[in-house]
Write a protein that binds this ligand. Structure first.
Ligand code: XLS
Ligand code: CA
Ligand code: CA
Length: 443
């Protein structure tokens, strides 16, 4: 059998924090128990098919630069077969439990819908066999509704219902493929569901069209027995000028407006948070606050660049805070941590894919350990609890219970006099967090 990653002979091992081997885990140990669950149960890492196996290194200023040994074959379908072999070899050697795909990542588009569907069926059959052989699972599937020229003016939001129908047929098949492969999630990312110019756009109707597609997907899911969760992945812009699911708050509003809350949650991507000028934590907390944090696309933006650069997430603080938010809501039932991240254009070698994923998995594994320690010690929780203590008694409680009036509040406030000035202690808290991140012994 061809080996696409000959440098990695055996699965990546755990060697512990003292190891200096970039092809070994220092923190990630799948069966290590953290707060009653194993690391594998907490972290649910998924490899993103599109970046890792289909990425070419192209950017807006230059074409493909990688020479991937699997990107060869007499026909597009043969290339897809080789890519699938490489993908399962990589995922198995890495030891990530899951993967995620767009329909067009795994199978090529044909000249007709029928040919396209045949290609997808062929690959799904093979992928199912490989999943059985390796134990690797599908986290979520999605349809690529943004790359083909027909989607230039949007997919569900297109001014032409014919294009909407093409998109619908793709969603139908991608959802069926997800069910066939046992995926627990199905993602809608609104690639071109937004506008470039308002002068030629009926925004109100375009949003209604998108909602119509979501409802059709929910109906079809019922028909084919999809028991998983639908996720919408917010993104502010790029390639559109404004994407309708701009951020978590916009998206929650959309789901509420169109009666979709019970079948949908959010898939929050770190780099998309940045594009909306939010932090990753802001988006995670917004989704979690509504009980809708379903899954995460873990990556980060390149600060000086400002695009959706999808770098690998390695930052200890951000990984720890993300894991704290996940621990607080007791995990991700349907989703996981999807590496929607690509190695840099200059990281040409296939081995760079291993370095990137190993370091990323370790960053989140350490983040989990620190987050669990913060939780066990209750330091930050206590600070927040104390800060809002006034709302758990007396008038504070009455306000939240809706048991007061403006008149009563006026009388009460007048009786109390001027409220005391209370420090928010931000710098002290940031110092405590730093102690946990960098000084407290984690082993
Ligand atoms: C692009 C998005 C995309 C989604 C899946 O910016 O991140 O990759 O995650 O369609
Ligand atoms: Ca993403
Ligand atoms: Ca992205």
């Amino acid at each position: 059998m061809t080996t696409y990653f000959p440098e990695v002979k055996k699965p990546i091992r755990y060697e512990g924090p003292d190891s200096r081997n970039p092809l070994a885990f220092k923190w990630y140990k799948a069966d290590r128990k953290v707060g009653g669950k194993t690391m594998a149960q907490h972290l649910k890492f998924a490899v993103a098919y599109w970046h890792t196996f289909k990425g070419t290194g192209a950017d807006p200023f230059g074409g493909p630069v990688y020479d991937r040994p699997w990107d060869v074959g007499a026909t597009p379908l043969e290339v897809a077969h080789n890519t699938l072999d490489a993908a399962f070899e990589f995922i198995t050697k890495l030891g990530a439990p899951y993967y995620c795909f767009h329909d067009r990542d795994i199978a090529p588009e044909g000249d007709t819908i029928n040919e396209t569907n045949r290609n997808l069926d062929d690959i799904v059959k093979r992928a199912k066999r490989k999943q059985r052989e390796t134990g690797v699972k599908l986290l979520w599937g999605t349809a690529c509704l943004f790359a083909h020229p027909r989607y230039t003016h949007g997919a569900a939001s297109n001014p032409d219902p014919h294009v909407f129908a093409m998109a619908a047929s793709q969603v139908k098949r991608a959802l069926e493929a997800t069910v066939e492969l046992g995926g627990t999630g199905y993602v809608f990312w609104g690639g071109r569901e937004g506008y470039i110019s308002l002068l030629n756009t009926n925004m109100k109707q375009e949003r209604e069209q998108i909602a119509a597609l979501f409802h059709l997907a929910v109906d079809h899911a019922k028909k084919i027995g999809f028991k998983g969760m639908f996720f919408v992945e917010p993104k502010a812009k790029e390639p559109s000028n404004h994407q309708y699911d701009f951020d978590a708050a916009h998206t929650l509003n959309f789901l509420r407006e169109f009666g979709l809350m019970d079948r949908f949650m959010l898939n929050i991507e770190a780099n998309h948070a940045t594009l909306a000028t939010h932090s990753f934590e802001h988006e995670l907390v917004t989704a979690a606050g509504a009980g809708k944090l379903g899954s995460l696309d873990i990556n980060r933006g390149e600060e000086g660049v400002g695009w959706d650069t999808d770098n690998f997430a390695m930052d200890a603080r951000s990984c720890t805070l993300a894991m704290s938010i996940i621990l607080a809501q007791r995990g991700l039932r349907y989703g996981g941590l999807n590496f929607d991240a690509k190695v840099r254009r200059g990281s040409f070698d296939t081995i760079d894919l291993f370095y990137a994923h190993v370091a990323g998995m370790d960053a989140f594994a350490r983040g989990l350990l620190v987050a669990q320690k913060l939780k066990d010690d209750g330091v930050l929780d206590q600070i927040v609890r104390d800060r809002y203590a006034g709302w758990r008694r007396g008038m504070g409680r009455k306000i939240l219970q809706g048991k007061t009036t403006l008149t009563q509040l006026e009388t009460w406030a007048a009786r109390q006099g001027e409220p005391a000035k209370v420090s928010g202690r931000q710098e002290m808290i940031e110092g405590i967090l730093n102690d946990y991140l960098y000084a407290t012994k984690i082993d």
